[in-house]
Write a protein of this length. Structure first.
Length: 245
């Protein structure tokens, strides 16, 4: 077994695994319990390793070793190719999400950011006098049938009189848009709801400048960044900078 492992540049554990799965067997086992292999086993193992490298499952390899034919091989390889393409798409999607997440983590607590126009779609609203009802909120998300990945979604909270309106980004939406331009952004990590209200109040005082046009404070809940912090949620307080005169 050691010689076969060295020849095939694999570990003895991999040989044992394939034997335990019944994919191939030694030519014979001697009186001392040593597994002995011939050229037939070398070629069988080479086939198994090739199929594994191609992403073929153990069950499919077992079928192949028991009935080798071109029809089976073509069908299996096509199925494996389709599954591989799906994995590639998942990896590309994961790569894009990581690339989007890293700037969020590296961003300063207070900064100026130039945002493109953002189109929003309303998914929920509640009275400013009440706390957000989580059950009703998730029911509303489900009812909206927007199929958002909530753990990767950013929610936008806009204040309208005594109402809080909750939005998500939706490229096809005509309900609400945030203008493109420069925004003053402050990031706050929040554990309790009252902390967020206090942070918004403090932020509103900081942006009171005589040469700024009045604009609404946008509260963005960055849920995908919050997964990195236990028991805290990251909020971005955003204010569109537009000068008077």
């Amino acid at each position: 077994m050691g010689q076969l492992a060295e020849l095939m540049a694999i570990s003895k554990h991999q040989i044992r695994y394939n034997e335990e799965k019944g994919l191939f067997s030694p030519a014979f086992i001697d009186d001392n319990g040593y597994h002995k292999y011939g050229m037939d086993q070398v070629y069988q193992l080479a086939n198994i390793l090739l199929l594994r490298n191609l992403g073929v499952s153990t069950a499919q390899i077992d079928q192949f070793m028991n009935n080798k034919d071109n029809v089976w091989a073509e069908r299996t390889l096509k199925e494996t190719l389709e599954a591989t393409e799906e994995k590639i798409q998942q990896l590309v999607s994961a790569k894009n999400k990581i690339e989007n997440l890293l700037p969020e983590i590296e961003q300063k607590e207070e900064t100026y950011i130039q945002f493109p126009e953002r189109k929003l779609s309303k998914v929920y609203s509640y009275s400013l006098m009440d706390s957000l009802n989580v059950r009703d909120f998730f029911k509303a998300i489900k009812k909206s049938q927007k199929n958002h990945e909530l753990c990767l979604e950013s929610f936008y909270y806009l204040f309208n009189d005594q109402q809080v309106e909750v939005y998500v980004k939706e490229e096809s939406s005509t309900e609400k848009h945030l203008p493109a331009g420069d925004y003053f952004v402050k990031r706050v990590w929040i554990k309790e709801e009252h902390e967020l209200l206090a942070a918004i109040e403090k932020f509103s005082q900081e942006i009171e400048q005589p040469f700024f046009k009045t604009a609404e404070i946008i509260v963005k809940e960055a849920a995908y960044s919050s997964i990195l912090m236990n028991n805290k949620v990251l909020y971005e307080l955003q204010y569109f900078i537009s000068l008077e005169g």
